[in-house]
Design a protein around this ligand. Structure first.
Ligand SMILES: C[S@@+](CC[C@H](N)C(=O)[O-])C[C@H]1O[C@@H](n2cnc3c(N)ncnc32)[C@H](O)[C@@H]1O
Length: 207
């Protein structure tokens, strides 16, 4: 029987927590590729969108968007994550930079923030700061699109990462800033998220 590795870092708000896991290549959240729903979103988009990927990890999506001709910047505050991404995605690694989501200032106006396994990576106490920052980074009409880890059991949402969120809590978090445009079950979830992953597209309201 295999046992899960243990790590000294216990606080996912600290880069060291993630450094230890990337260094050990223990990444149960990692999809190993680009989710189908994002591929479909790009296929249907009317034009390329200037995109930010917060907490990008290996950053397969950054490579995919850049290859699709989109202007993309992927950020991660873990140096080990950034090094792993650059090793994994080769020439597209130039789109990955080491930065803290809460401090990062984009060089240009964003059209899209792509979310996967970033909100659920951080404890529930961080959620309102994340939503505020998403809203601050996007102009009116900008899009927040990606995957949300839903579970109707609020108690389970306290155990993570990944920290799930109830559908009602997610709406309460985002509705002050965004309107929901689209939602459906994710097409090709990996085992840790299967049955609980929702693809959602939110549009930034004007203040
Ligand atoms: C669960 S992983 C998800 C990685 C990637 N999005 C994916 O889908 O595979 C969460 C990532 O968020 C990063 N992260 C956590 N807090 C961050 C912050 N404040 N700024 C930037 N990255 C952060 C971690 O280093 C880690 O790579």
């Amino acid at each position: 029987m295999s046992t899960l590795p243990t790590f000294p870092g216990k606080d996912p708000t600290q880069a060291e927590f993630w450094n230890q896991r990337f260094a050990a290549q223990f990444m149960p959240w990692d999809k190993g590729g680009v989710p189908q729903d994002l591929q479909e979103f790009v296929r249907l988009a009317k034009q390329p969108m200037a995109t930010l990927i917060p907490g990008c990890g290996i950053g397969y999506e950054a490579a995919f968007l850049a290859q699709s001709g989109w202007d993309v910047t992927a950020i991660d505050f873990s140096p080990a994550a950034v090094a792993s991404a650059r090793a994994a995605i080769g020439e597209w690694g130039k789109h990955v930079i080491e930065a803290d989501f809460f401090q990062y200032q984009p060089a240009q106006r964003l059209d899209l923030i792509y979310e996967r396994a970033f909100l659920c990576a951080l404890p529930p106490a961080m959620r309102s700061a994340i939503a505020r920052r998403w809203a601050a980074l996007l102009p009116a009409g900008g899009i927040l699109a990606g995957f949300f880890f839903l579970d109707e059991c609020a108690e389970r949402s306290l155990k993570g990462p990944p920290f799930s969120i109830t559908a009602a809590d997610l709406q309460a978090l985002l509705l002050p800033y965004f309107e929901l445009q689209e939602q459906r079950a994710a097409s090709d979830s990996i085992p840790v998220f299967v049955g609980k992953e929702s693809w959602q597209v939110w549009r930034r309201r004007s203040d």
